[in-house]
Ligand binder design. Structure first.
Ligand code: MG
Length: 382
């Protein structure tokens, strides 16, 4: 299936994949293509082109202004959605390269995975979901698909980025994980890298911001594993934090890789489609999965529900709700592009799309301009 019928016409990226990829990797030549057909590029494979389209999209650039867990008010050290995205891409590519999978597909999926996030992270998502409850709600995973299939304007002939079906189905898998069939291995790798990255980096950011202290981490199985491996207790605090985070990632990636190799070894010779149809899942060992679950429960209780974060989140959610209500009842205040969108998507959806695209800072400015100043001037919106 991966051997081109005519060696003369083998493209450089096709040849490269024949040399480097395992049989069960998603080979670019087997892609099911795009909604709007395009001839192959001479030196960039289809997934490389997808990666570039995502990288150059407006939604991707806005990730630098969107919080991951912590907001700009808490300093400049912690991750934004953009830095998180690059960290996920980096981890996922390492895993993919080691397993002989398609790094271009992995990178495209990683760069895409969070572009649908509205301002203020998950609290922004919850606020929009509530405001749009009569319109089917809001989810950042679905919004990422809306962005790349309809809302991004790049080509004169059609809306959206015209990505390959493999990249779109990777994002669809994120939207419907519970009911989804087994995805290709590259999608699974990005999913695992995302989870490993945010757990470890949330520990890092929370320690740095003083939301966590070292005593609280004692006894967590993954932290104790790290302590056995590296001299955590001898290091001064700043180095200790970096050493811990690095080791947490190293431990989990190593376990995932070793386990994945065991799973994949007997499947050599099978294609991407074969292993997908057999339901092949790349997973950590049960012990590591349990330890990771323990760390996640700990983060949920001690970081994501920290009073400082809850207060910021409530404020942010309230801001979005007020803006939504104002714009819904006064759609003439929407920018022209979103008034046009309202004619096909409806006013609620167009308002949601406008708000979801905002960076945290722009949302604050709009709140200041539309709500605060008008209240001060005694505006009557009724
Ligand atoms: Mg993520």
């Amino acid at each position: 299936m991966h051997t081109p019928s005519n060696q003369q016409s083998t493209l450089p990226w096709q040849e490269r994949e024949q040399h480097l990829l395992a049989s069960y990797a998603m080979h670019s030549i087997d892609s099911e293509g795009r909604e709007h057909n395009e001839p192959h590029h001479r030196y960039r494979g289809p997934f490389q082109r997808d990666r570039d389209r995502i990288l150059h999209s407006a939604a991707f650039r806005r990730l630098s202004g969107k919080m991951q867990v912590f907001t700009g008010d808490m300093g400049d050290y912690h991750r934004t959605r953009l830095t998180h995205t690059h960290e996920v891409a980096s981890l996922a590519r390492t895993i993919g390269r080691t397993l002989g999978l398609n790094e271009d597909l992995i990178e495209a999926l990683a760069l895409l995975h969070d572009i649908g996030h509205p301002p203020y992270g998950h609290c922004g998502e919850d606020a929009l979901d509530e405001s749009l409850r009569h319109e089917g709600g809001f989810s950042h995973n679905q919004f990422a698909l809306d962005l790349v299939t309809h809302l991004e304007q790049r080509y004169t002939q059609y809306s959206g980025l015209n990505l390959t079906r493999e990249v779109l189905s990777g994002q669809q898998f994120r939207s419907h994980k519970d009911q989804a069939a087994t995805p290709v291995l590259e999608i699974q790798v990005v999913d695992a890298a995302d989870s490993i990255a945010y757990d470890a980096h949330d520990v890092d950011d929370a320690l740095k911001l003083g939301l966590l202290d070292w005593q609280q981490l004692s006894g967590l199985a993954l932290v104790e594993r790290a302590r056995h491996l590296v001299p955590l207790d001898q290091a001064e605090p700043e180095r200790r934090r970096q050493l811990l985070v690095h080791t947490l990632i190293e431990l989990q990636i190593s376990d995932l890789l070793e386990q994945s190799k065991r799973i994949l070894e007997p499947l050599e010779g099978q294609t991407s489609l074969d292993v997908q149809q057999e339901g092949c899942r790349l997973e950590m060992t049960d012990t590591f999965a349990a330890d990771k679950g323990q760390l996640e429960r700990f983060l949920f209780e001690n970081v994501y529900r920290h009073p400082r974060l809850i207060q910021i989140r409530q404020q942010a959610a309230e801001r979005l709700r007020e803006l939504f209500d104002l714009l819904l009842h006064h759609p003439a205040r929407l920018p022209d592009r979103f008034q046009t969108l309202a004619s096909s998507w409806g006013v609620s959806r167009a308002t949601g799309i406008y708000l979801a695209g905002m960076t945290d800072r722009f949302c604050e400015e709009q709140y200041e301009a539309l709500i605060v100043q008008e209240i001060e001037q005694g505006a009557d919106w009724s």
